[in-house]
Design a protein around this ligand. Structure first.
Ligand code: FES
Length: 121
């Protein structure tokens, strides 16, 4: 015998309101433009980033994790970023390998320059 029935569901009231405006979190400032030497760079250890200024007013950034074996780069000199573990060097302009044993470039990181502040992009 087939019994048809109705399932009574309790009425549910959902309050709808306009979504609250979300405030954007403040950007994470890495450095000031004046902290980054022209033709050189600045290592920001707490964010594992190297910010460079290959030419005046042009800023770029890379991960400070060496692609060879994961050490953290620790110096920027003569237009290169150096890794202390096995001596790899990377170009401040584009992170390319200048000297091995690393075979891959430093990974680029996104930054945003706003006035004299350089922040994570
Ligand atoms: S981990 Fe950087 S050169 Fe080997």
């Amino acid at each position: 015998m087939l019994v048809a029935g109705l399932l009574a569901l309790p009425a549910v009231s959902v309050a709808c309101s306009a979504p609250a405006a979300r405030e954007s979190p403040a950007p994470t400032v890495l450095a000031h433009t004046s902290d980054v030497p022209i033709g050189g760079g600045l290592i920001v250890p707490e964010h594992r980033i190297v910010v460079t200024q290959p030419t005046s007013g042009t800023f770029t950034a890379f991960s400070s994790v060496c692609p060879h074996d994961g050490c953290l780069v620790n110096l920027v000199v003569d237009g290169t970023i150096g890794c202390p573990c096995h001596g790899s060097r990377f170009a401040v302009a584009d992170g390319a390998v200048v000297r091995g044993p690393a075979l891959r470039a430093l990974s680029p990181r996104s930054i945003a320059v706003d006035g004299d502040s350089i922040a994570l992009g």
